[in-house]
Design a protein around this ligand. Structure first.
Ligand SMILES: [Zn+2]
Length: 138
């Protein structure tokens, strides 16, 4: 409840103590507050930060919604993004070319600096002469 009280306090421009009091009074009045889990994100970067967790060594795990195949998903303005595309949009200035995927050894990593798109991979292959890597499920 402390995180929720802090979020409500920030949203209402009041103190965490006052927000906690409001939440307690609502709960006592029978309000179901368990579905309020996080404040509404104002930017894609904020939405991304709310849905990721440090996995060590620069890797990030997705903690947000996953589709039935286990892929990270984020719904914005009626469009479903993958967690990787959301990560891409927070740090890159150009749209991704083809699939965005992690090029590190941490399964499901969504760290923006670990992600590549087809253009990045083609360029890396051209420079290093490395063979094409098989796509790995996210
Ligand atoms: Zn990684």
């Amino acid at each position: 409840m402390d995180d929720l009280a802090d979020a409500v306090a920030a949203a209402l421009d009041t103190t965490p103590t006052h927000a906690a009091d409001i939440l307690t009074r609502l709960t006592n009045a029978g309000w179901e507050l368990t579905r309020i889990t996080r404040p509404h994100a104002r930017t894609l970067a904020e939405a991304f930060a709310q849905r990721t967790q440090d996995a060590g060594n620069g890797h990030l795990d997705w903690t947000g919604f996953r589709d039935r195949d286990g892929r990270p998903r984020y719904q914005v303005a009626g469009t479903a993004w993958t967690g990787m595309r959301l990560a891409w949009a927070t740090t890159r200035t150009r749209p991704p070319d083809g699939n965005v995927r992690a090029d590190c050894d941490h399964p499901g990593c969504v760290a923006p600096e670990h992600l590549t798109d087809r253009r990045d991979r083609d360029l890396t292959r051209a420079v290093l002469g490395t063979p094409r890597r098989r796509a790995r499920p996210a």
